[in-house]
Each structure stands twice: as C-alpha cells, then as structure tokens.
Write a protein that binds this ligand. Structure first.
Ligand SMILES: Nc1nc2c(ncn2[C@@H]2O[C@H](COP(=O)(O)OP(=O)(O)OP(=O)(O)O)[C@@H](O)[C@H]2O)c(=O)[nH]1
Ligand SMILES: [Mg+2]
Length: 204
C-alpha cells in the first residue's frame, strides 16, 4: 500500500456524559492510556493538525472527543480521544465519573472496532494499564498497543525494549508500533495499520 493519507479531519463532538455520545454512524478507533502518555498529541500527529488540546499537566482531556476522518483509501472512520486514567490528583468523584463514562462507552459501543492502548515506551505497562487490558478484553473489544515518546529512548534500544515488553504478558492484536509524536516517528505506519484494520473488518 502506498502512503495512506488522512485527507480530512474534524472534531465532531465533545461528550462529558454517557447520554451525550453521538450516533454510531462510522467505525471507531479509540485512543486509551494513562494521563499524559501522549494520546492527544498522537491524534494531532495522525491528523496532521492541532485539533486536540495537549498539555504538560496530566488530566488535560476530560471528555470523549470524536474526530471524523476521511482517508485516501476511500473509507471514513472516527478517532476517539479518551480522557486518561491514573491521575492521582483527581478527586474520587472525578475518577468515578471517568470510569462511568469510559466503561459505558467501551462496553456498549458496537461501532468501536479497536482500542489503541498507548503505553509510554520508557515505562511499559503499569498496574492500571493491565487493569485496562483486562476489562477491555472482557468487554470483547480488540486492543492494539502503541508505544509513545520513543524519542526518549535511544534508537538502538528500540527493538530489545519492545521485545521485553511483549514477553512481559502484554496483550496486543499485532506487534506494537513504536511512535514519537514529537519526532513524527511511526505515524505513517500507524495510519496504515488503522486503515488496514478497518478494511479487514477488525477480526474479533
Ligand atoms: N518527548 C515527547 N513528549 C511527548 C510526546 N507526545 C506527547 N508528549 C508530551 O507529553 C505531554 C502530554 O501529552 P498529551 O498529548 O496532552 O497527553 P494525553 O495522554 O492526551 O494526556 P491527558 O489528556 O491528560 O490524558 C505533553 O507535554 C506533550 O508535549 C512525544 O512523542 N515525545
Ligand atoms: Mg489528552
């Protein structure tokens, strides 16, 4: 496949409560991960636009944000930016709201084909990442791990670092892609993966 392009992207909706979710008219790929792992930055890199708000302080994204994307391969889909987890400064009430919003989205959303699970390449899976993997799988959804912030690790160590994480009981639909939004690494490979996945219908 030649270079897959995301030709058009727009923010379709911002949802703070389960009853605000938009209609399921396109296949969806959600971006999940710990606060500050780089979810919104990766969305901007994929869309080649500054549509998602990013920030140095964790807990930047509080809502589920739906981006509608057209591609050069003739298919359209939605990229869904989820609020991060594991942000200790949050009140118990906020954490409960997060849980309710995300679990109801992931469990009930039929158009959700894939959860891209973003993991900081420096740290690998933490306890709450493993919990996420467990309950997303129990909801019957596909998980694909994407490593972020690879620019923080020497390139010569990329392969062995990834192998180490794969051996350490991590679940991923395919070999995880290593990315850096800052250095635009792995972005084209990820676009291609997403479109191929959607084309193949996302085998359960
Ligand atoms: N070095 C480096 N920093 C990055 C990269 N991607 C994101 N960051 C930084 O990490 C911080 C968090 O990025 P966000 O994209 O806002 O993270 P998020 O996962 O959306 O965070 P929440 O919305 O709080 O859950 C920002 O300061 C980014 O500049 C990367 O590839 N390399
Ligand atoms: Mg964010």
């Amino acid at each position: 496949m030649s270079n897959v392009l995301f030709t058009k992207a727009r923010l379709e909706a911002t949802c703070f409560k389960p009853d605000q979710l938009i209609e399921e008219s396109l296949p969806e790929i959600a971006i999940a991960g710990r606060s500050n792992v780089g979810k919104s930055s990766l969305i901007n890199a994929l869309l080649n636009a500054k549509l998602a708000k990013t920030g140095k302080t964790p807990g930047k994204t509080r809502s589920i944000n739906f981006y509608t994307v057209d591609t050069s391969e003739g298919i359209s889909f939605r990229l869904v930016d989820l609020p991060g987890y594991g942000y200790a400064q949050r009140s118990a009430e906020e954490r409960n709201d997060w849980q309710r919003l995300i679990t109801s989205y992931v469990r009930n959303r039929e158009s959700l084909r894939l959860v891209m699970h973003l993991v900081d390449f420096r740290h690998g899976l933490m306890k709450n990442d493993r919990e996420l993997q467990e309950w997303v799988r129990s909801a019957g959804k596909n998980i694909f791990v994407v490593f972020t912030k690879a620019d923080k690790i020497a390139r010569g160590k990329w392969k062995s670092t990834r192998e180490g994480y794969i051996r350490d009981s991590m679940y991923s639909y395919d070999v995880p892609i290593i990315t850096s939004s800052e250095k635009r690494e792995g972005i084209e490979a990820l676009r291609e993966f997403a479109v191929n996945f959607l084309k193949n219908g996302g085998i359960q």
